[in-house]
Design a protein around this ligand. Structure first.
Ligand SMILES: C[S@@+](CC[C@H](N)C(=O)[O-])C[C@H]1O[C@@H](n2cnc3c(N)ncnc32)[C@H](O)[C@@H]1O
Length: 306
């Protein structure tokens, strides 16, 4: 399934040299491309498969590496499972929109992994990718240990502790988390029957490249796509000329959800084969700052099939 992300649009397989393995789980290895000679490391069980693995954090991405952000996302993704006060049900709502059964699923910009784990209850293999090493480390740790403790600000210097255990019905053994770029995905065309992109398109540098690439790795038939975003366009992440909405004029002016729907439906043949939209709506998603302070984000979704 894995290909060299630096050689895209050519799809060149990677060769692996394993130095440490634990019960079928590759802990330390090098993946290399024979053609461009790039080497991608697997360390502590995490493959870093970005086109330039040595590049540092850029754009608005630094904020995901700040202290406390992983814990805030753990609360956001899993608060309903631990029955925390004020938990929302956003991820359960998104999970309901996934196809009930398929072989391979992919979650782009998975953060700490909730949707990827949800996919594992419907798929043989679920892969989550994110550019943030901190998020991917937390997600992998959860998949290995099935539990995690974290704390958030209660008020001032007071903290509140949370202990999360994954439900028995989930299958962390079917889940993989990798560091990869949603604009240059290290997978062969047609590798997944279910793909998802949640709250990501307004965070990437080139939104159309993300849609193009997630479309490439989805099957050309019997495939489902779950897309959702609040369209919080910002020049910190994306140059204005590349926004897919939120502009008065020029290409992709108007509303992001309308433009994404048109692209998926085959406008200008950017995406092929085109998708059939099967649902549209919104999910309210919450991030907590402290006990009495929350951010509520309305994310507009589309479900599509082909
Ligand atoms: C707003 S968060 C949403 C996370 C998750 N999908 C959710 O809905 O909870 C955006 C995520 O996208 C990740 N991200 C940003 N740019 C990315 C890229 N080019 N490739 C992969 N992940 C990216 C960030 O690290 C962050 O985890």
């Amino acid at each position: 399934m894995l290909i060299c992300p630096a050689c895209l649009p050519q799809e060149r397989p990677l060769e692996i040299s394993v130095s440490k393995e634990d019960n079928g789980d590759i802990i330390t290895a090098v993946l290399s491309c024979r053609k461009c000679r790039k080497r991608y490391q697997i360390r502590d069980g995490i493959a870093v498969l970005t086109p330039d693995p040595e590049a540092g954090t850029s754009g608005g991405q630094w904020k995901y590496e700040e202290a406390g952000t992983v814990d805030r996302y753990l609360w956001s993704h899993y608060a309903d499972l631990i029955k925390a006060a004020d938990a929302g049900n956003a991820y359960a709502a998104w999970a309901e929109l996934l196809a009930p059964r398929n072989q391979n699923s992919f979650d782009a910009g998975c953060a700490v992994g909730r949707l990827t784990f949800e996919m594992s209850t419907r798929s043989e293999l679920a892969i989550g990718c994110d550019l943030s090493p901190s998020f991917i480390r937390a997600a992998r740790r959860l998949s290995k240990e099935r539990s995690v403790s974290f704390s958030l600000q209660l008020e001032g210097n007071l903290r509140e502790k949370f202990c999360l255990e994954l439900p028995d019905t989930w299958h962390p053994d079917r889940v993989e988390f990798i560091v990869a770029d949603a604009m240059a995905l290290p997978f062969a065309s047609g590798s997944f029957q279910q793909v998802a992109s949640l709250n990501l398109i307004d965070r990437v540098r080139y939104p159309l490249a993300h849609l193009f690439d997630i479309n490439r790795i989805a099957g050309i038939k019997n495939a489902s796509f779950l897309f959702s975003d609040p369209f919080s366009w910002s020049t910190a992440n994306t140059p204005e000329e590349l926004w897919l909405g939120g502009k008065h004029d020029g290409p992709y002016s108007g509303r992001g959800i309308d433009n994404v729907r048109e692209v998926l439906c085959g406008k200008q043949k950017i995406i092929s084969p085109s998708w059939r939209i099967t649902g549209q709506g919104s999910v309210d998603w919450r991030l907590r700052s402290h006990r009495n302070h929350f951010e509520m984000i309305r994310s507009e979704y589309l479900t599509a099939e082909r």
